[in-house]
Design a protein around this ligand. Structure first.
Ligand code: AMP
Length: 393
């Protein structure tokens, strides 16, 4: 990585402001149902404390508040409580993220760790407003970005603030870039990409970027049916993006020219209504039916391809995995990847990460990205503004 990290600068006696991704899921009692985003930030926070930073000021967003001030449902207060338990030290929680009262509290509080209230209570955050970014910067001496999940957004706390402070990456961003970067730019071959999810339109840029890099691309999930349609195969009422059929044809042509195998669904788990769990395995999708999962022949076909891989990148579930009736395809492929030895398995964030977690296979994968949109944009070959803005080595 050509960006400076927290290891490249002197932090002793300095106030650090760290952008973390504490956007954790909360239940109706504001209890955290999954604290992995907090634990993922601990290496950077603990390093800063061990290295003698005088203050570690943490800032994050949570959910999608309106941007017009405090909303209890989006407060980071529950995160402060959990963070104290994990760090085993007191955390000062401040009820705003900018302003004189915040500055004063940071100056006078005894705690080494300070958590600011939700950045998105201010509209200025997502607008990347310069004066808001400057106010955030005025709280500290050094800026550290460790929020990979928002690195694809140019907000005040991810991009704007870098105009005013020395700016470096934390360990989570470093790790994400190492794993995703080497999987895509310098993979052990064969490199196989597994793509699924609902829509082709979300994955066009990804497929375009991967055709010159991958050895095989497996396409399943809802997006596969637009490709099958482009081949003239009957897809009944399965998910179709009519306006993307020509694009699917073009992508298949490009793959063929590049000598990249493009593996499509061969058999199906079909039903007569999306809401129904009444389904059967079939080699065709008759009119009036729709496919919500890959069938057993397809699972075997995909596993045969995957058994030769040395690097696997997976983005998007292969069926409606949230429902048991249509989870078998996604589960089977996840279990197969989990059982591979000496293969680098990279799981994109979002739904693929949720699927792997649902099947309890997280520890069996090489790397599960903490960023859905950010990992997708990175794999598309796009520049992530929150990373581009950091200081070069
Ligand atoms: P994405 O957000 O694009 O990754 O899409 C994930 C969603 O695609 C999941 O909620 C799945 O339930 C859904 N999905 C996967 N396969 C299918 C399918 N065959 N038909 C409809 N939806 C699907």
């Amino acid at each position: 990585m050509n960006k400076k990290t927290i290891k490249d600068i002197d932090i002793k006696g300095k106030k650090l402001i760290i952008r973390v991704d504490f956007n954790v899921p909360l239940d109706e009692h504001f209890s955290i149902t999954d604290d992995r985003r907090i634990t993922a930030a601990l290496p950077t926070i603990e390093y800063a404390l061990r290295g003698g930073a005088s203050k570690v000021i943490l800032m994050s967003h949570l959910g999608r508040p309106k941007g017009t001030g405090f909303e209890a449902a989006f407060s980071l207060k529950p995160v402060a409580v959990r963070l104290e338990q994990l760090l085993k030290e007191k955390v000062a929680f401040l009820n705003d993220c900018v302003g004189q009262a915040v500055k004063d509290a940071i100056g006078t509080c005894k705690e080494r760790v300070v958590l600011l209230e939700n950045l998105r209570f201010h509209k200025a955050e997502e607008k990347n407003d310069a004066s808001f970014a400057k106010e955030l910067a005025s709280l500290a001496d050094i800026y550290v970005n460790d929020a990979f999940g928002t690195a694809h957004r140019a907000h005040a706390s991810t991009a704007g603030i870098t105009q005013y402070l020395p700016s470096v990456a934390g360990f989570l961003i470093e790790k994400e870039l190492q794993y995703l970067g080497s999987a895509i730019n310098n993979p052990k071959r064969p490199m196989v990409v597994v793509l699924g999810g609902a829509k082709v339109s979300d994955k066009i840029e990804l497929i375009k970027n991967l055709i010159p890099k991958a050895n095989s691309i497996i396409i399943g999930g809802g997006m596969a049916y637009t490709f099958l349609k482009a081949q003239g195969i009957g897809i009944g009422n399965s998910k179709l993006e009519k306006d993307k059929v020509d694009m699917a044809k073009e992508l298949m042509e490009q793959a063929k020219k590049a000598g990249v195998e493009l593996a499509l669904t061969k058999d199906f788990v079909i039903t007569q209504a999306f809401e129904s769990n009444d389904c059967k395995v079939s080699d065709t999708i008759p009119d009036g039916w729709q496919s919500l999962d890959i069938g057993p022949k397809t699972r075997q076909y995909y596993k045969d391809i995957l058994s030769k891989a040395k690097t696997v990148i997976w983005n998007g579930p292969l069926g409606v995995f949230e429902r048991d009736a249509y989870a078998a395809g996604t589960r089977d492929i996840a279990e197969f990847l989990a059982g591979l030895n000496d293969v680098t398995t990279i799981i994109g964030g979002g739904d693929s990460a949720a699927a792997v977690a649902k099947f309890g296979l997280e520890d069996k994968m090489t790397h599960i990205s903490t960023g859905g949109g950010a990992s997708l944009e990175f794999l598309e070959g796009k520049v992530l503004p929150g990373i581009a803005a950091l200081n070069d080595k």
